[in-house]
Design a protein around this ligand. Structure first.
Ligand code: ADP
Ligand code: MG
Length: 222
């Protein structure tokens, strides 16, 4: 039986309704899956760097390490037939704009690489990532994950998800001229408040900053 590592990124954990919707959809689309372990926690720099070691040196690496550490993540292990590929299909393509509209990234992703979740890309890497996360965190392959995930869905479903479109528009506007950064950060943070009910403004602003930071990467490339 195959296993994969699923890590909800801060855009999905802070937007609580998105986190709940993501797990709901996964259970719906992959009813045979067995979740093993559950952890909600911040990602220390060393873990972030090990997890994303394969991207070290790439232009987006510093941004990525910063983004994954903006808020807590939720990590779980999913077990099932061919689960690595099937989970990646439900998640959708890497970039929000390229992801199929009804995939999780296409539906809930905010912009570019601010894309809801990490899922291992092949079985060998999945086992390496699972080894890393179970060594470095309390994620425990021997404990059942369905209960905690159901409780998570129960707790947060119903939290409004209504700002996706507006935030995407703000990001697009910002990237036309790359000016008024502070203004766009404020506008985006304001949209996020209702979606992130238990997060302090400081964190919400860091998330908004990570969105604009992702846009800034495209400017550097252009
Ligand atoms: P995936 O998460 O689909 O496996 P990768 O492993 O290629 O994608 O990249 C890891 C993460 O790094 C992506 O999910 C995304 O958040 C970010 N990322 C990758 N490429 C870029 C890029 N060109 N610009 C911004 N962010 C990127
Ligand atoms: Mg990857």
């Amino acid at each position: 039986m195959e296993r994969t590592l699923l890590v909800l990124k801060p855009d999905a954990t802070m937007r609580r309704g998105v986190g709940a919707a993501v797990f709901e959809r996964i259970f719906e689309a992959l009813p045979d899956v067995t979740p093993l372990g559950f952890v909600e926690r911040g990602v220390p720099k060393a873990l972030a760097e090990q997890h994303y070691a394969i991207h070290k040196g790439k232009f987006f690496y510093p941004w990525l390490i910063q983004f994954i550490r903006v808020g807590k993540v939720v990590a779980t292990i999913l077990e099932g037939d061919n689960i690595v590929k099937r989970l990646r299909n439900v998640l959708g393509a890497t970039f929000v704009e390229k992801a199929e509209p009804d995939s999780l990234r296409g539906k809930y992703g905010l912009v570019g690489g601010v894309n809801v979740a990490h899922a291992s890309d092949e079985p060998d890497n999945a086992e390496k990532e699972i080894a890393l996360w179970t060594r470095r965190t309390s994620l425990d392959i021997r404990s059942e994950g369905r209960g905690p995930l159901m409780a998570y869905i129960e707790k947060w479903r119903g939290t409004p998800i209504k700002a996706t479109k507006q935030i995407r528009e703000y990001c697009g506007e910002y990237a036309k001229l790359y000016s008024n950064r502070t203004l766009y950060k404020d506008l985006i943070a304001e949209q996020l408040i209702e979606e992130c009910p238990d997060w302090p403004m400081r964190k919400i602003r860091s998330l908004a900053d990570a969105l604009l930071g992702n846009m800034d990467l495209d400017k550097q490339k252009a």
